[in-house]
Design a protein around this ligand. Structure first.
Ligand code: NAD
Length: 368
């Protein structure tokens, strides 16, 4: 018979599996190493299309439950992103629990690399929040199943130019759908966040003759970008009040919400930020009813994933850019599904990803 302590462990185990069942995860690996202080969770959501690729996030989670929920949710998102991008990859993600400033060191990262290696290539890691290419280099010392290593070691380097190219092409596909031509010449575009992706996106837009308004909480950066490209600057919140054609959220998530939707006058929303719709169900419907064409974020910003995917075959930036061009057709297809089935674009994107997994699941691909 189980004692009280064992009983609690047993019921916790059931609840983990119940959570895996809810999203249909294949495998979750809990990692613990007393010597280095490593506590991590690796979640493999689905490997029908290929090995589960997704970044490792280091975060000082308040509870283990919070960490588990995050890794389950994020790994599932990766399955959809890879499937919609047409890649032969499944979805996975890892979280290392703890404050990066206090716990991150070579030994802990290499121990984590050994855990990744123990999965034999079923999970491939990459950079995410609080991780950099130096960290990936340490992980790489213990496993070959890692992307985002420094360029000198054959890595792909900064993914932002590829991501920005995908955002730019998505915008063109949306313009074609909304106005009959994919030219962005003369279009009035507001970009929120001019960091790595935002700045690269602006380069493409300026080249095509678009008119740009920008905002960023980093005033120095905002001024520097405005000076370089001759864009207008706007203070924070006021960006959504402008009389514009396209709104490009390239900073944080949840900027498409009740407040912004009451004020936005654009006809297209297309940007790099993850999780742009504050509430997918509510705001995905509202944009559709308002006649705004929303290009689903995880499809638009797949260039980053396409970039690291290319590392697996020996990195070549030109090939990665070429592959990112496919995003244009993917976005156009999503608009078609949305129109034909009269469903919001985010549902159309999910459906497209699910159909690809279901179809290829029947072929029973083997990959590792
Ligand atoms: P970044 O950190 O380089 O840039 C983000 C910029 O947004 C910064 O300049 C920051 O000051 C600004 N910002 C933050 N909060 C803001 C606010 N409330 N209002 C205005 N500006 C604000 O990040 P990035 O690499 O350019 O990525 C941008 C977004 O795209 C992120 O959401 C990221 O998760 C997503 N994304 C990036 C990539 C990539 O390849 N870098 C790939 C996929 C998705």
């Amino acid at each position: 018979m189980l004692n009280v302590k064992e009983n609690k462990v047993a019921s916790d185990t059931v609840s983990v599996i119940a959570r895996m069942l809810a999203y249909n995860h294949e495998q979750v690996l809990f990692c613990n190493d007393k010597d280095t202080g490593l506590k991590a969770i690796i979640a493999i959501h689905n490997t029908i299309l290929g090995p589960a690729l997704g970044g490792t996030r280091m975060w000082n989670y308040a509870t283990e439950e919070e960490a588990l929920n995050d890794v389950l949710r994020l790994s599932r998102g990766m399955t959809y992103k890879a499937a919609a991008a047409g890649l032969n990859l499944g979805g996975g993600k890892a979280v290392i629990i703890g404050d990066p400033a206090k716990i991150k060191n070579e030994a802990l990262l290499r121990r984590f690399g050994k855990f990744v290696n123990s999965l034999g290539g079923k999970y491939i890691t990459a950079e995410d929040v609080a991780m950099n290419s130096k960290d990936m280099e340490y992980i790489h010392m213990e496993t070959k199943y890692v992307t985002g290593i420094p360029e000198l070691l054959g890595g792909s380097g900064d993914p932002s130019p590829v991501t920005a190219y995908g955002v730019y092409l998505s915008m063109k596909a949306a313009a074609k759908e909304q106005w009959g031509s994919d030219s962005l010449k003369g279009k009035k575009i507001a970009v929120q966040g001019v960091g790595h992706v935002g700045e690269n996106l602006i380069k493409h837009l300026i080249q095509e003759g678009a008119r740009i308004w920008i905002t960023d909480i980093n005033k120095e950066r905002m001024k520097a970008v405005a000076k370089e490209f001759g864009t207008e600057v706007v203070d924070g919140e006021k960006l959504v009040d402008l009389d514009i054609d396209i709104y490009a959220p390239c900073a944080l998530g949840a900027t498409i919400n009740d407040d912004s939707l009451a004020r936005l006058k654009c006809l297209i929303i297309c940007g790099a930020a993850n999780n742009q719709l504050a509430d997918e169900k509510i705001h995905g419907e509202v944009v559709m009813k308002k006649g705004i064409l929303y290009t689903p974020d995880f499809v638009v910003n797949a260039g980053g994933l396409i970039n690291v995917y290319n590392e697996l075959q020996g990195y070549n930036r030109e090939r990665a850019m070429k592959q990112a061009e496919g995003i244009y057709d993917t976005v156009a297809k999503i608009f078609q599904i949305s129109k034909t089935e009269n469903i919001p674009t985010y549902i159309a994107a999910n459906r497209m990803a699910e159909q690809r997994i279901a179809a290829l699941g029947k072929v029973k691909l083997s990959h590792c």
